[in-house]
Design a protein around this ligand. Structure first.
Ligand SMILES: *Cc1c(COP(=O)(O)O)cnc(C)c1O
Length: 378
């Protein structure tokens, strides 16, 4: 007889992207930033290390809350810090979703939300995006019987409207890179009976965000990360923007010292360096345009990306996506081959430096000219 909770035993567990050894491959697979973070972040880490680490950090990460509040025009008690935004998502799921209750997410999107539901022993309701990567009306309504929910991926069995406790929406979405408009999100938030968490991991690359919606609707919660746009994935720092009443509840759920002194200091310095962020995102957005254009010229379908990656699908691909992934890997370029049951597969390619992006594109072209035609069955 197993000693483990049945829902843990039944789950597969979230599998993060491959992290090869330093220098082994050019990483275009986990949407990290190809540039070095603000020097001010590194200076802040050195200053904390020099002062010493014998004391506990500020439990709320108050310095960061004040800096972020300034940036987003809210009060510090609208901000909560997390050990990466994955920590924020874990805290939110534990705060709102209990056993057998329902957590909704779009499909295909970030797989972690589903794992978080599984840990809680909750049910997840995956709602398929429409072909143009917008959301069907089902996404905004309380859960209905399977027969009335045509975009739902799996049966939910016996479901009551009040079972729905939390909705996740990554915006821009991964893997598509596409963005739902603030108007549509506001309509979704206004119709839902529960909180709506907008995961804005990639919002800095989109040129617009949903922060204003937190002020308009108390059910809207925003999750952010320093891992992508601030080039600090190794630091582990994320944060959330929500009404103070919500933040106060989530504080009861988080670990007392969920962020360490080094990461609080570095994240505070990084978020204050607005010049670095503007210059770096500008470069990435320019390279993204090049990547999208060239992949389309090479025959891929690429939805308009508002993030720091593109989603590339070759028509009637057969095994082409998987084979191309292997070919690129053999040649030192690691991209992400994503295969979503019931949806299909494709390649997600992170925006690198101009040089790395061009070399990757040259390899894709060479592959298509050499062997790709055969594996595509053309
Ligand atoms: C990368 C990513 C995150 C996780 O970020 P961390 O802060 O590094 O934990 C969250 N959500 C989405 C959609 C992501 O792609």
């Amino acid at each position: 007889m197993s000693l483990v909770r049945p829902n843990i035993e039944a789950m597969a567990g979230y599998v993060p992207g491959e992290q090869p050894k330093e220098g082994e491959a050019v990483k275009l697979n986990t949407n990290e930033n190809p540039y070095r973070a603000s020097e001010k972040a590194y200076d802040a880490i050195r200053a904390v290390a020099d002062r010493g680490l014998s004391r506990y950090p500020n439990a709320a990460g108050q310095a960061f809350r004040e800096a972020a509040a300034e940036v987003y025009g809210v009060e510090p008690d609208w901000i909560m810090c997390g050990n990466g935004s994955d920590d924020i998502l874990t805290i939110l799921t534990r705060t709102f979703v209990g056993e057998n209750q329902v957590l909704r997410l779009p499909y295909p999107s970030y797989i972690l939300y589903k794992s978080l539901a599984e840990i809680q022993g909750a049910r997840s309701e995956e709602v398929r995006f429409l072909d143009d990567w917008t959301l069907p009306d089902d996404f905004a309504t309380p859960p209905k019987p399977d027969a009335d929910a045509p975009h739902r991926v799996h049966s939910l069995g016996n479901v009551k409207p009040e079972d729905l406790k939390l909705v996740y929406l990554p915006n821009p979405n991964s893997p598509s890179g596409t963005r739902i408009s603030n108007d549509q999100i506001m309509k979704i938030a206004d119709s839902l009976p529960c909180p709506l968490v907008i995961d804005e991991a990639y919002a800095d690359f989109a040129g617009e965000n949903c922060v204003e919606l937190v002020k308009k609707n108390p059910r809207v919660i925003i999750s952010r990360t320093m891992s992508k746009s601030y080039a600090l994935a190794g630091l582990r720092f994320g944060f959330m923007i929500a009404r103070p009443e919500t933040i106060a509840e989530t504080f009861k759920v988080k670990d007392s010292y969920n962020c360490d002194a080094l990461s609080i200091a570095a994240a505070t310095a990084a978020i204050q360096d607005r010049e670095w962020l503007a210059a770096t995102t500008k470069k990435i957005v320019a390279t993204r345009a090049r990547l999208m254009t060239r992949m389309r010229e090479l025959g891929f379908t690429v939805p308009e990306s508002r993030a720091n990656f593109t989603w590339n699908v070759f028509p009637n691909a057969g095994t082409l996506h998987k084979d191309l992934y292997s070919y690129l890997k053999q040649n030192g370029y690691l991209v992400r081959h994503m295969d979503y049951p019931g949806y299909g597969d494709g390649l997600r390619i992170s925006v690198g430096t101009d040089e790395d992006t061009d070399r990757c594109l040259a390899l894709v072209e060479r592959y298509l000219n050499d062997v790709g035609r055969r594996s595509a069955g053309a």
